[in-house]
Design a protein around this ligand. Structure first.
Ligand code: FAD
Ligand code: NAD
Length: 476
């Protein structure tokens, strides 16, 4: 079999793989990108989990369901009366599908424009930087490249005691595809997916029970934020049960009985559908042939160094399939970094400053260390907090819930962490990421002009509050 030669072959066209392929082509390299994602219609689509079954469809449904909820619960406060408010899930799902299609077709267009050879099918790394490509019709081709980048992503974890059946017990993708609002929905796991998708279906009218094994709510977040969030989610009607370890599920005439244990002992709750959202695992199935030298750790992650080198020849790995947070933007930066390093340029990814966003209402976003982490580090610190209740813009938006919180070092004033719960938190956090990327001090933020009236003034005031110089609220 004759081998087709490339400078770079990327396996996987999710948010880690496709930017890597495009940047490598921008760098003047001959690039191929192989992707095997197939949607429920059996057709291939680029964009990976994020575009097809993750970030984009979930945000489309979060937006629709939030609008419905606001029309139902909040418009009256604006003096807007909505008569005969109705819900058409089919149209909502059709809108979502249209957004997904436009986004995934967009990647195909970007590949074409950049000159990337886009291959749909399966890629398998063989020894000596060779890749076996199997197309949809089963035919195989041998490819070879100077560099191979593995960007094969992750897949949902399953509970052994309740395997996915695609109908009643579903993963996050299944929960994005419901054709009607379930009357009673069980969500296993109060992580990011559980909270986002639980919010979607709760806002649309489902009774939602969230079972979380840990006693602590959102342990990865600043605990002041977690406490505030729990209050608002419970107010929305999410029945969040902490310390609830799920053991089994049994389908019966009345629905699915989910058994769990908590501090009081054996419990059960009966629901119509169950979403299992207990985390994701790296995906390397049928990826690594004999003798590639690529190592996988006991949890299934491909082992890499800080520059995403696997240590096996010129093989690199990026995105969810390697260590670090499973986030699209983290994968994207790794992909771009690798493409630049391959081209001999300087590049790095600062894993300490990867922003996290939970797209609930109120929205939650943070970057850097939590107060608990700073305290544990022993470094003297100061905190400034500003409630959105004191923000004219937030009040005008009828969205006064939450606060912006900034943590800075006592000695040199450097910002160590920023945590926002409130309207547009995911957008507001970008300023904090940029500030921290440049090692900004609290004083730098204090002396930066923020337009009025904007939500970003909340972050400005939090920086001022760290030195008890806030203007729009009393300093304590
Ligand atoms: P993936 O997106 O998983 O892409 C990997 C691609 O490789 C897939 O297309 C796969 O089919 C393909 N592939 C695998 N093996 C092979 C092979 N051998 N040959 C060919 N192709 C192969 N992250 C955020 O940052 N923000 C969010 O709002 C967000 N929301 C999410 C919501 C949900 C419901 C879910 C499930 C995830 C969400 N995420 C979010 C996480 C985000 O989707 C992932 O972090 C991101 O998709 C990882 O990108 P990746 O390129 O590493 O992998
Ligand atoms: P997660 O790790 O965020 O949360 C899983 C939760 O399930 C944990 O709180 C865990 O304690 C709990 N759990 C585990 N086993 C359990 C059991 N048997 N019973 C009850 N609870 C149990 O995982 P996820 O929510 O599935 O999300 C997966 C990944 O996708 C995350 O890494 C996340 O970063 C990414 N994601 C990101 C976004 C975003 O950026 N907005 C949105 C969705 C997903």
């Amino acid at each position: 079999m004759t081998e087709t030669t490339f400078d770079v072959i990327v396996i996987g066209a999710g948010p880690a793989g496709y930017p890597c392929a495009i940047r490598a082509a921008q760098n003047g390299l001959k690039v191929a990108c192989i992707d095997g994602w197939k949607n429920r219609d059996g057709k291939y689509a680029f964009g990976g989990t994020c575009l097809n079954a993750g970030c984009i469809p979930s945000k489309a449904l979060l937006e629709s369901s939030e609008l419905y909820h606001r029309a139902h619960a909040e418009f009256a406060a604006h003096g807007i009366q909505v008569g005969g408010l109705g819900l058409d899930v089919a149209t909502m799902q059709k809108r979502k599908a249209g957004i997904v299609k436009a986004s995934t077709q967009g990647i195909a267009g970007l590949f074409k424009a950049a000159g990337v050879t886009a291959l749909q099918g399966h890629g398998r790394l063989l020894a000596g930087n060779r890749v076996e490509y199997t197309a949809g019709d089963g035919s195989t081709r041998a490819l070879v490249a100077k560099h191979v980048v593995l960007a094969t992503g992750s897949a949902p974890m399953e509970l052994k005691s309740m395997p996915f059946d695609g109908q009643t017990i579903v993963d996050s993708w299944g929960a994005l595809e419901f054709e009607a609002v379930p009357k009673r929905l069980g969500v296993i796991g109060a992580g990011v997916i559980g909270l986002e998708l639980g919010s979607v279906w709760r806002r649309l009218g489902a009774e939602v029970v969230v079972l979380e094994a840990l006693e602590q709510f959102l342990p990865m977040a600043d605990q002041a934020v977690a406490k505030e969030a729990l209050k608002h989610f419970r107010k929305l009607g999410l029945d969040i049960r902490l310390g609830a370890k799920v053991s089994a599920a049994k389908a019966g005439k009345d629905g699915v009985a989910v058994a769990y244990t908590d501090a009081k002992g054996e419990q059960a709750v009966t629901v119509d559908k169950v979403v299992v959202a207990i985390g994701r695992r790296p995906w390397t199935k049928d990826l690594l042939g004999e003798g590639t030298g690529v190592e996988v750790d006991p949890r299934g992650f491909i082992q890499v160094d800080h520059e995403c080198r696997t240590g096996a020849g010129n093989v690199w790995a990026v995105g969810d399939v390697v260590r670090g947070p499973m986030l699209a933007h983290k994968g994207k930066e790794e992909g771009v970094m690798v493409a630049d390093l391959i081209a001999g340029q300087f590049s790095e990814v600062n894993l300490k400053l990867v922003p996290s966003v939970i797209y609930t209402a109120p929205e939650i976003a943070w970057v850097g260390q939590t107060e608990e982490q700073v305290k544990a580090s022993g470094r003297a610190y100061k905190v400034g907090s500003f409630p959105f209740m004191a923000s004219g813009r937030a009040r005008a938006m009828e969205a006064p819930a939450g606060f912006a919180k900034l943590i800075a070092a006592q000695d040199d004033d450097e910002i160590l962490g920023v945590h926002v719960i409130g309207p547009m938190a995911g957008e507001l956090i970008a300023e904090a990421v940029l500030a921290m990327e440049y090692s900004a001090s609290t004083e730098d933020l204090q002396r930066t002009i923020h337009a009025h009236p904007t939500l970003s003034e909340g972050l400005h005031e939090a920086a001022l509050a760290a030195d008890k110089r806030a203007i729009d609220m009393p300093n304590r």
